[in-house]
Design a protein. Structure first.
Lengths: 114, 115
């Protein structure tokens, strides 16, 4: 069965510093990987995804994520954090066969301190 | 930019009562989904829906749950007889195509509180 682990419930970073939100996954086949962000009282907003090809994918708001097949990871990164990046971040995976639904991690709360 | 909308934002009900959660997917999307998130836990898949039929459902989606697209715009989730453990945030999502690499677009959620 596919699964996603986000090992950190909370990540704190100072504004202007680089940030990383960790995600590891488990699927039986090739993975499709997604990052979503949730701001207070809003739905989950799509940030970026990995399908195939270049391991470094770039998404909205300056975020990027690196797919690492050997480590089964898909960590979310941003070179310089903003206070407005403070939100709840979800990693999700879907098996490439398409026969299984989207599976989410439990989320990581990012707090960027001015 | 088109958005998925959900109503109500918060629903409080008594145990055993029926509730209907409503969603309006993005207008040209064809695939619809419901997820739930119990407080402090993962977002969990409930059901997917296409062409007026359930495509997939999880083990959570038992006989107490049903979905319907009553008209060309709404997509509803009904819980027939609510239990305390149904208290959660319920998210609706939609996609234009079924391909598994397509991102899903989520609504803001309905917080269901069962007393």
């Amino acid at each position: 069965a596919q699964s996603v682990a986000q090992p950190e419930d909370q990540v704190n970073v100072a504004e202007g510093n680089p940030l990383t939100v960790k995600c590891t996954y488990s699927v039986s086949g090739n993975p499709y990987l997604f990052w979503y962000v949730q701001y207070p009282n809003r739905g989950l907003q799509f940030l970026l995804k990995y399908i195939t090809g270049d391991n470094l994918v770039k998404g909205s708001y300056g975020f990027e994520a690196e797919f690492n097949k050997s480590q089964t990871s898909f960590h979310l990164k941003k070179p310089s954090a903003l206070v407005s990046d403070s939100a709840l971040y979800f990693c999700a995976v879907r098996d490439g066969s398409g026969n299984t639904p989207l599976v989410f991690g439990k989320g990581t709360r990012l707090s960027v301190i001015a | 930019e088109p958005e998925v909308t959900q109503t109500p934002s918060h629903q409080v009900t008594q145990m055993g009562q029926e509730v209907i959660l409503r969603c309006v997917p993005i207008s040209n999307h064809l695939y619809f989904y419901w997820y739930r998130q119990i407080l402090g836990q993962k977002v969990e898949f409930l059901v997917s829906f296409y062409n007026n039929e359930i495509s997939e459902k999880s083990e959570i989606f038992d006989d107490q749950f049903s979905v319907e697209r009553p008209d060309g715009s709404n997509f509803t989730l009904k819980i027939r007889s609510t239990k305390l453990e149904d208290s959660a945030m319920y998210f609706c999502a939609s996609t234009k195509e079924r391909a598994p690499y397509n991102e899903q677009f989520f609504g803001p959620g309905t917080r269901l509180t069962v007393l």
